[in-house]
Design a protein around this ligand. Structure first.
Ligand code: F3S
Length: 393
């Protein structure tokens, strides 16, 4: 274990001179830094905090937040919570859940954290640039910003990202250093892959990569939203912090000498989709894990415009800002009979209060929703066109 050298100012915070919150925060960063082999703390430009839903935070989490509570030092965004604050839904909740959830929100507000409530803060709210050192929790966003934007963050937890937000610094190790960002596995992926197939690639690769960063070859036409699907699925099945895609992502020249090589064919991708798919009509179609971009909302609006809705409920999830900026698309989807929620998502809301089976195009949601304590759902994982067949007359 390396000894992390604190500056004189940091030592004073460590000794409690800046109060209890900063003292807890810097001690947490110090311990994590020493475990990770960091020699110093470095400034961060932003933080993003996960662990917001009362479903995940619980009573113990609220006590921790009260203890560490202190004004944040850098722009800090916040992940989704258990319901849509202004509009209600997506499912019924009881008064205790509502009260406890808003208690958590108020603690974060007092700290100066943004009311973003999204896992895609990189569209608005909190947009890092190439080379920025940041401290982000929310595994899908971590992989996305490291891989597609080239910002630098380790896979932080909610508490460690909050500690970094309070101190304005993070330990200098892992993904903050060029060597920590090198790929050590080449994945030759047969294509072409669409959104759902990229999600399936993430589900398939996660357990096989053993925390190694991959460089994916054979996918030079990959689009940003498809790689968002890959980021989310990889985040669910592994602790990998980033990937490279040859000819697409900006640091794809960072490859170790003599990397391991893996071949992934369409057969493996289709088998992965098949394993997570139920062909039975679900009670709910849920799209937007990770939260939808304006481009995705426009695409879905185009598919349902002027059509008649039948069958299961249709819920879409996005951020407040994207919803406001895509008001036309949202109206089209609502006229069709779908609902667009912000602040929350299909996984962090207590979905099982109202539903037993859900269809989704998200690899991450297909992984979490069947788990007890997350959704307890029967899941149909398939492409958006197949999902919409159930709701368009
Ligand atoms: Fe985002 Fe919820 Fe999925 S936080 S990545 S929509 S599980």
């Amino acid at each position: 274990m390396t000894e992390l050298q604190l500056s004189k100012d940091e030592e004073r915070i460590f000794d409690g001179e800046a109060g209890e919150g900063p003292k807890i925060a810097i001690r947490l960063l110090n311990s994590l830094g020493e475990l990770g082999g960091a020699e110093r703390l470095i400034p961060v430009k932003s933080a993003h905090i996960s662990g917001v839903s009362y479903k995940n935070v619980g009573e113990g989490g609220i006590q921790f937040l009260r203890k560490i509570s202190h004004r944040v030092n850098v722009p800090t965004s916040l992940n989704p919570l258990g319901f849509d604050i202004d509009n209600g839904g997506p499912v019924d909740i009881d008064d205790t859940f509502r009260k406890k959830q808003m208690e958590i929100v108020e603690i974060y507000r007092e700290m100066g954290v943004m009311d973003s409530f999204t896992c895609t803060p990189y569209y608005y709210y909190n947009e890092p640039s190439f080379g920025d050192h940041i401290s982000w929790a929310e595994s899908s966003a971590i992989i996305y910003v490291n891989s597609l934007i080239g910002a630098r963050t380790n896979r932080e937890s909610g508490p460690s990202a909050l500690a970094a937000a309070i101190i304005g610094k993070t330990p200098d190790h892992g993904l903050h250093r060029k060597d920590g960002r090198r790929a050590s596995v080449v994945v030759n992926a047969e294509g072409p892959l669409d959104y759902t197939k990229f999600a399936a690639l993430g589900l398939f690769l996660g357990p096989k990569l053993n925390r190694n960063i991959p460089i994916i070859k054979g996918q030079k036409g990959a689009k940003g939203i498809e790689l968002k699907a890959l980021s989310a699925a990889l985040s669910a099945t592994s602790s990998i912090p980033m990937f490279h895609v040859e000819g697409v992502t900006r640091e794809s020249d960072l490859v170790e000498d003599s990397p391991e090589v893996m071949e992934v064919g369409i057969k493996e991708i289709e088998e992965t989709i098949g394993k997570s798919s139920s062909q039975q009509e679900p009670e709910l179609i849920a799209i937007g894990c990770p939260h939808l971009s304006s481009e995705e909302l426009d695409y879905i609006a185009g598919l349902v415009k002027g059509k008649k809705k039948v069958g299961p409920d249709l819920f879409l999830f996005t951020s407040r800002e994207v919803k406001a900026k895509s008001a036309g698309a949202v109206k089209t989807i609502e006229n069709f009979g779908g609902k667009v929620f912000s602040d929350t998502c299909m996984v962090v809301s207590p979905l099982s209060n109202n539903y037993k089976s859900t269809g989704t195009n998200s690899g991450k949601a297909s992984f979490y929703l069947p788990l007890k304590g997350y959704g307890n759902q029967k899941v149909a994982f398939m492409g958006i066109m197949d999902l919409l067949r159930w709701v368009i007359a």
